[in-house]
Design a protein. Structure first.
Length: 267
């Protein structure tokens, strides 16, 4: 919509002041000054050096606003205002391609945000086979019930929302590998307080990668491995007595960090 028809009445012959120009076009005074500094508009200077905007300035400003709304920066707008259509087309088509790339990136960001919100709300969104969904959804629901209000739950949701399926499989494989090495260490008769085992225990803590697990939190998890029949069964299948043996190693590692296992807290 053009404002040239409104360029009449008081001030029309001598030009508009910056305040009148701002009111007419809806562009702030600060932005008008900025665009003048960028060389986009050239108001004349009247008495007392006050800016005066003429009809040509209004028409030029409308073009500036149009291109700004399309995402062009000041340098690009300046070039477009002063070039012919064939040259402008290359820049216009280039901007269209850049906008399309941004749209795709924003679409991906929106999808990840939807996924993060769902996970933070305790919705697993599991896409696996039906029998696997039932089992994983049960574990997910129990975990949400226990830790859903914690800071770690949001950290878990962030990582799960951002990680690809391949990255999640890599994390799972890393944890399984450490568990296998721990089972082998117990099988060989290594004491849980040995340097080799304590190194593996630290690797196990770091392999719990869905959120940052501190040594104190590791103690809490170690107790769960012993107390929860499902976790205990998992480790017993790897090596009989492994859950209790790991708990001793976890508590020993915690002491090395200056933590008393008896007062360990979920941080």
């Amino acid at each position: 919509m053009t404002h040239e028809s409104e360029f009449s009445g008081e001030g029309s012959k001598s030009g508009l002041s910056i305040g009148q120009m701002s009111e007419l076009t809806g562009v702030s005074r600060r932005m008008l000054r900025h665009w003048e500094e960028e060389g986009l508009i050239y108001p004349i200077r009247g008495l007392s050096n006050y800016r005066q905007y003429m009809q040509d300035d209004v028409a030029r400003l409308e073009r500036i606003v149009t291109y700004r709304e399309m995402g062009f920066n000041a340098r690009q707008i300046k070039a477009l205002l002063d070039c012919k259509t064939p040259l402008a087309l290359d820049e216009l088509q280039g901007q269209r391609s850049r906008i399309e790339e941004k749209i795709q990136l924003l679409g991906k960001a929106a999808d990840r945000l939807d996924r993060l919100i769902a996970l933070a709300e305790g919705k697993s969104g599991n896409d696996s086979a039906p029998t696997k969904i039932d089992q994983e959804d049960q574990y997910f629901s129990e975990a949400y019930e226990r830790w859903g209000a914690s800071r770690q739950w949001l950290e878990y949701a962030e990582r799960k929302a951002m990680c690809s399926e391949q990255e999640q499989k890599k994390d799972t494989a890393r944890l399984k590998n450490v568990e296998s090495e721990l089972a082998q260490a117990k099988r060989k008769g290594l004491p849980p307080s040995s340097d080799e085992v304590l190194e593996l225990i630290d690797e196990h803590r770091q392999a719990l990668s869905w959120f940052h697990v501190t040594p104190s939190m590791h103690v809490i998890l170690g107790r769960m491995y012993v107390a929860d029949p499902r976790f205990k069964s998992h480790y017993e299948q790897l090596e009989p007595g492994l859950a209790k043996w790991m708990l001793v190693a976890i508590e020993t590692a915690a002491r090395a960090y200056g933590i008393d296992p008896s007062t360990a807290k979920w941080e």
